[in-house]
Design a protein around this ligand. Sequence first.
Ligand SMILES: Cc1cc2nc3c(=O)[nH]c(=O)nc-3n(C[C@H](O)[C@H](O)[C@H](O)COP(=O)(O)OP(=O)(O)OC[C@H]3O[C@@H](n4cnc5c(N)ncnc54)[C@H](O)[C@@H]3O)c2cc1C
Ligand code: SF4
Length: 497
Amino acid sequence: MGKATGFMEFKREEAEERSPLSRLNDFKKYSAPFSDEVLSRQGARCMDCATPFCHIGMDISGSTSGCPIHNLIPEWNDLVYRGRWKEALDRLLKTNNFPEFTGSACPAPCEGSCTVAISDPAVSIKNIERTIIDKGFANGWITPKIPKNRTGKKIAIVGSGPAGLASADQLNQAGHSVTVFERSDRPGGLLMYGIPNMKLEKKDVERRVQLLTQEGIDFVTNTEIGKDITAEELRKQFDAVILCTGAQKQRDLTIEGREANGVHFAMDYLTKATKSMLDSNFADGNFINAEGKDVIVIGGGDTGADCVATALRQKCKSVVQFGKHPRLTETRTDDNMWPAFPQVFTLEYAYEEAEQKFGSDPRQYSIQTKKIVKDENGNLKELHTISMEKVKQADGTFMFNEIPGTEKVWPAQLVFIAIGFEGPEQPVLQQFGVDTKFRKIDAKYGEFQTNVEGVFAAGDARRGQSLIVWAINEGREVARKVDQYLMGVSHLPTVNA
Ligand SMILES: Cc1cc2nc3c(=O)[nH]c(=O)nc-3n(C[C@H](O)[C@H](O)[C@H](O)COP(=O)(O)OP(=O)(O)OC[C@H]3O[C@@H](n4cnc5c(N)ncnc54)[C@H](O)[C@@H]3O)c2cc1C
Ligand code: SF4
């Protein structure tokens, strides 16, 4: 365990962050690494409790609690406390293919269910994870692991997000020949185009793809399965296919004025910003520019927060974010007790930055957009809203009622729609002939086999928009099933041992 009395002696320390105003001048990572000394103290806080909840990885009341890939957290906390970094890395890589992604952008459901968090702030698990992998790369401990033997079996993976990458990594290590098809110009899925650079640096994604390439995985970009190569052709050329196409069909706003110039989907905004940054450091101008504009983000989630942070970096004139739900409480409520994921108010990086820049939190709660108004040229002019009241019904469900007299008009020249996703895009699924349920691919968790022989599915395309860590979980598990399907038996590890 860490230090026996560590949890009583040491307080939780947060990773240092660059000051909110200075980081608005670039798109670089906003957090700075911990020193070894601080990390050793943080590792010492782990109690190595008899039944650790930090790695249970299960849904409680609709949210993830504990680590879904069951990272061996108490073990590496102890090793970090003792300064045994190489061993900590070995333990971490047993369960997590890509700790640099989760260590940067995971919402850390492990920390919400950490036993220390019953009475005190949790152990800084995510920052410890990030530092272990950073040290692994910095010290040259991570080198290409090229499989010694090849099975002769060929596997096609459609989509190069974390689910596709994790399954490719596992299957390649099992000796199969793996080709990953990606319709974008760069591999990585939402790790590349979606999550902004300040949260997850693209050089980290590129470094990992390069490593996987050196290990023998083929990446074929700018190739859309269903258009450039048909489903039938792919099935003929490969012994098995895994669909990891994500759930990127965006939910639209069906209100008056939606067609106004200046109203965009959040994903178009975020994708173009990252692509332009990578292609030309924004010199090509191929992005939606918020400079000097009043920006409104519709949708209170993390995608919306990423739009706020991007608009701030582009020097918008003002920014607000509309959310349907009321503000969360500062502490857990009676129906959200440990070890459930804490549904409490937090000041994420984007909101802290907006507060410092404009003097107030950009979030507007319990608000609904009624209509969008255009000027005579069809350009976005203003948004009309009304406040809502969330009312609990007798059956436990909630209704949102408009509050008369709370109508408001908001001037805006740019609006981003970030009200969620409807699941995977359907045409490619139809071409494969796979069954869907609630618009997601119908393949049972643990089996991952679709109704079509030799065609499997994993990640957001199967479970709906989720988290990187769940995509890694599914990528690892589907790999085991495909290995079994091809070889009769699999020696790949299972997440759920
Ligand atoms: C803006 C945003 C921010 C997020 N931030 C976080 C975060 O901070 N932390 C976190 O844990 N999660 C976050 N998420 C969620 C997380 O990114 C996803 O859950 C995860 O990426 C899903 O992985 P995946 O591999 O299933 O799919 P994706 O990452 O969506 O990848 C699917 C890939 O398939 C490709 N594809 C689709 N169809 C085809 C086809 N026919 N042919 C070829 N290629 C195809 C797509 O181009 C895409 O690259 C965020 C999501 C969004 C939208
Ligand atoms: S992957 Fe996420 S949940 Fe698991 S240990 Fe890392 S930060 Fe925690």
